[in-house]
Design a protein around this ligand. Structure first.
Ligand SMILES: Cc1ncc(COP(=O)(O)O)c(C=O)c1O
Length: 407
């Protein structure tokens, strides 16, 4: 644990004392303005936009959320994600989007000079969350060799560290920017290699499941690797971050969930939960109640499974359109190559050596009315999640023409 993680203790002050007073006839603890019986006083102008909520939900939406999140939502999320046969894990703690959950994990397990291994290319914000904020040492680990995803890449890098040195590894599957999820066999190799690596050191594996469930090939497993890392080794500590951001297309809602690999009532889960609530209180006060209420309403609705499946199918159509367009446009190309992808929101293209992705990006902006993301030293990222299927062939043609114009 980091120095901050060791020192963090949930203070026995206002929220703690107010929690103990919940339901008392006279509750003069917390500084919320209520009707005197614990219900919110709803300003009509605010309530007007929340007309669909029941009185209880309206009140919950306008008052402070408990620091760990609204209990019903935590239960609903737990049930939504947890496979029936998974080993024990905690009731998830609500965070302000995944970023905040990652920041809490970084506060606990990052810290000065802690090695944080990240398959590269990766979501750049890990540098800020772990490196800038806690002083951790970000170690990029090439995720691909000859455009093949490498299940043992993290374990091989871990083996280079001094025996006994604690480390953090990040698993982001489906990945951003790669759009890759391992096959059944690659998953087995990945998991076994991490279990073996944890024999030499305490190993925290952060499962960043931002794109959970967005998988478009039937033979690729959908459930998070987190569930299979549970209970495999005492020195392997998986932490799961997931959230409504992408899965429920609720980007602005900022609802994330942090799950620990221990049963909620166990002393270790209680101790970690205590530290996490301390850090949460110190950072954002408490998570946003309104968006938790909205998400809980959605999860209570029987139609939600179908609604989420419909979004996954919409993305699957764009995914297949991109696969087709790349197969047709890149056939025989010696400048642009497809990097394997099967899930998530993105695909990566690799450029032949000598081509600068940033120069390509600028050219696409200036001359082709097209925006993509450049990832040095040789990749472009296409967000197929945000382009209509019928526009995808033209997007790919423009990208290829842009690259060719720089040859
Ligand atoms: C890999 C990855 N992790 C985390 C996040 C952040 O999620 P949130 O918007 O819920 O903070 C993103 C967002 O793009 C992401 O791509």
């Amino acid at each position: 644990m980091s120095p901050v993680g060791r020192a963090a203790v949930y203070p026995p002050d206002i929220p703690f004392q107010a929690q103990q007073a919940r339901g008392k006839r006279y509750n003069a603890t917390i500084g919320q303005i209520t009707d005197g019986m614990g219900r919110a006083i709803a300003l009509p102008s605010l309530a007007a936009s929340l007309g669909a909520l029941s009185p209880a939900d309206l009140s919950a939406a306008l008052l402070y959320s408990p620091i760990g999140g609204i209990p019903e939502l935590r239960e609903l999320w737990h049930r939504w994600h947890r496979p029936q046969d998974a080993a024990p894990s905690s009731l998830p703690l609500v965070t302000v989007g995944l970023t905040h959950g990652l920041a809490l994990a970084a506060d606990l397990f990052g810290g000065p000079d802690r090695k944080v291994l990240v398959p590269a290319p990766f979501w750049g914000n890990y540098r800020q969350v772990f490196g800038l904020r806690t002083g951790a040492d970000i170690v990029p680990v090439p995720a691909y060799r000859d455009r093949q995803w490498q299940p043992t890449a993290l374990a091989e890098k871990l083996a280079e560290l001094e025996t006994g040195e604690p480390a953090v590894a990040i698993l982001n599957l489906p990945s951003n920017p790669g759009g890759y999820s391992p096959t059944r066999e690659e998953r087995r190799v990945l998991i076994d290699s991490l279990v073996e690596a944890s024999e030499a050191r305490p190993l925290v594996v952060i499962c960043d499941d931002a794109y959970s469930g967005l998988v478009y090939e039937p033979e690729i497993p959908r459930a998070s690797v987190f569930w299979e890392l549970l209970d495999r080794s005492e020195s392997l500590i998986p932490i799961r971050l997931a959230g409504a951001t992408k899965e429920f297309v609720f980007f602005g809602g900022r609802v994330g969930f942090l799950t620990l690999p221990y049963e909620t009532a166990s002393p270790v889960a209680q101790a970690l939960d205590n530290k996490l609530r301390c850090l949460l209180r110190a950072g954002v006060g408490s998570p946003v109640a309104l968006s938790q209420v909205i998400l809980a309403q959605a999860l209570r609705n029987d139609a939600i499974d179908q609604e989420v499946a419909a979004t996954v199918e919409l993305l699957a159509v764009r995914y297949r359109a991109l696969k087709r367009a790349l197969a047709e446009t890149l056939a025989g190309s010696d400048t642009v190559f497809e990097v394997p992808f099967n899930s998530g929101a993105f695909a990566m293209l690799e450029l032949a050596s000598g081509l600068d992705p940033e120069a390509v990006r600028q050219t696409l902006l200036d001359d082709f009315d097209t925006g993509v993301i450049s990832i040095p030293p040789r990749y472009l990222r296409l967000a197929f999640c945000s382009v209509e299927a019928e526009d995808i062939p033209e997007l790919v043609r423009r990208v290829v023409r842009g690259v060719e114009s720089l040859r």
